[in-house]
Design a protein. Structure first.
Length: 203
């Protein structure tokens, strides 16, 4: 009989669904011999051990996840991987480039960075520096062509004093820390960039 399970969130936004699912699969593998197969709705390699346990007990494992994010282990250890984008006939959303064309000078770059940081801080527990560089600034190609050049740009912006860098515990690697950045919202440059964004949005 299917049932829903409430899973608590971690401090920084992720949840504890992975261990909850693993324990549930392990319990059912040992306690319900009539179950012969599991459909795993996940694509990461963290499930490698539970898949091995199921196979040792003669259970078949199938996985459904986005194919591009599926770990290589799933393709060799499960009976089959069903890519969601194929099953649901999904197409990858193209990046929005409308706003990018206006980034032509240092002030525009600064305003763009502040506005993106503002939206990221509202959506994420923390803005990880590597995420900002690799996923937000590198694709735009107007802050540098390489990771080194974009990091140099970000270091220059840090020196201007409107953003600051700090470290937090890495939720994926216990005992390790990760660099994050945030806006210093009491700085005039931040208020200026955010007010300009509001004026642009007004009809």
């Amino acid at each position: 009989m299917p049932r829903a399970v409430n899973v608590l969130s971690k401090r920084r936004g992720a949840d504890r669904s992975d261990p909850t699912m693993m324990f549930a699969i392990d319990d059912q593998t040992r306690e319900q011999p009539e179950i012969t197969a599991f459909l795993l709705g996940a694509g990461d390699a963290d499930y490698k051990e539970i898949i091995l346990r199921c196979r040792e007990c003669g259970k078949r494992i199938y996985a459904v996840c986005f194919g591009r994010s599926a770990s290589r282990e799933l393709f060799t250890m499960t009976e089959r991987v069903y890519p969601l984008e194929v099953c649901l006939n999904l197409t990858e959303r193209l990046p929005i480039t409308l706003q990018i064309t206006s980034i032509i000078d240092d002030q525009s770059r600064t305003h763009y960075l502040i506005q993106r940081m503002d939206s990221l801080e509202k959506a994420l527990p923390e803005v990880v520096r590597n995420y900002l560089v690799n996923k937000i600034l590198i694709p735009i190609k107007q802050f540098g062509e390489t990771i080194s050049e974009v990091n140099q740009f970000l270091d220059q912006e840090l020196q201007k004093g409107y953003i600051e860098e700090f470290v937090v515990e890495n939720p994926k690697i216990p005992g390790k820390q990760v660099k994050c950045v945030r806006l210093k919202r009491d700085e005039p440059m931040v208020a200026e960039a955010l007010s300009a964004q509001i004026e642009e949005a007004e009809p």
